[in-house]
Design a protein around this ligand. Structure first.
Ligand SMILES: NC(=O)c1ccc[n+]([C@@H]2O[C@H](COP(=O)([O-])OP(=O)(O)OC[C@H]3O[C@@H](n4cnc5c(N)ncnc54)[C@H](OP(=O)(O)O)[C@@H]3O)[C@@H](O)[C@H]2O)c1
Length: 245
């Protein structure tokens, strides 16, 4: 039976992923900032077959609370096989351009908080010498674009951090998996018009669980985003700066 810790557990992608683990009969420990949402999700996961479900409450920007929340998660699960970090926001790029405070606050939610959590989590997993750490980054981190480069730069920081962490943890028997979804139909993207490139959270969740099971390093979800981002990364700067993306 797998013991799974999910941070940002009220995210639509995280919830869909938790359902898959629940259907496998896993033990879950869910961390999020909304106690009410967690209660509803927990009831659903119990019906779906989760062995046991523990809770933690956390605003990820309260870095001083991270250690206690993780202590409680480890105390609840005993040992942890899979960690999924899923929280995030989609910042208003224009607001980030207008305000240093907004830009840094959004960077903190999408990058610094994740780096802080990973620092504590990786030290614990290193001691155990086993397990998987999966983190939801984004294809947006592959190249900064004028329409959302605050978000993109935060996700790029997370992806680069994970790349180094993966190399370090490989020597200690721990898999580190960078999840790079493309466009996903969730509350985060409620305002966007959806088209052919859009995926449902359930499809992303199934890709996350497969990537963890197989010990993959980087998973573009759905897979075709690997091709799209290879093309976008290869556009020379002199051309790229004239495009509106
Ligand atoms: N949707 C996409 O197109 C897409 C594409 C690529 C990557 N991603 C990434 O996928 C991950 C999951 O997002 P989603 O699409 O599932 O969106 P979502 O349903 O809106 O989930 C975002 C989650 O982040 C949590 N969160 C935000 N700020 C927080 C804070 N300060 N402390 C604690 N939790 C916080 C939210 O909690 P509350 O419910 O309390 O606000 C919510 O549970 C994110 O990392 C996102 O960047 C999404």
């Amino acid at each position: 039976m797998q013991r799974v810790l999910i941070i940002g557990a009220t995210s639509a992608i995280a919830e869909a992923t938790a359902r898959i683990y629940a259907e496998r009969g896993s033990r879950l420990h869910l961390v999020a900032r909304s106690a009410d949402r967690l209660k509803t999700i927990t009831e659903d996961l119990r019906i779906r077959g989760a062995a046991e479900i523990g809770h933690g409450s956390l605003d990820v920007n309260d870095v001083s609370a991270h250690a206690a929340v993780l202590d409680a998660a480890w105390a609840d699960l005993g040992d942890v096989d899979v960690v999924l970090i899923a929280h995030g926001t989609l910042p208003d790029q224009k607001a980030c351009e207008a305000s240093v405070e907004t830009a840094l606050a959004e960077f903190a939610t999408n990058a610094t908080s994740t780096i802080a959590l990973l620092t504590l989590i990786s030290n614990r997993m290193q001691q155990a010498r086993r397990g998987s750490i999966a983190v939801i980054s984004s294809v947006a981190g592959d190249r900064g674009r004028s329409s959302n480069y605050l978000y993109g730069s935060a996700k790029a920081a997370v992806s680069a951090f994970l790349s180094g962490l993966r190399q370090r943890m490989a020597r200690h028997g721990v898999d580190v998996i960078t999840i790079k979804p493309g466009f996903v139909d969730t509350p985060m993207t409620r305002e966007f018009k959806k088209g052919a490139l859009w995926a449902k959270p359930e499809a992303i969740a199934s890709g996350i669980v497969k990537a963890v099971d197989k010990g993959r390093s980087v998973a573009y979800l759905p897979w075709f985003w690997f091709g799209i981002m290879t093309i976008i990364r290869s556009i020379p700067e002199f051309l790229f700066k004239r495009l509106s993306l």
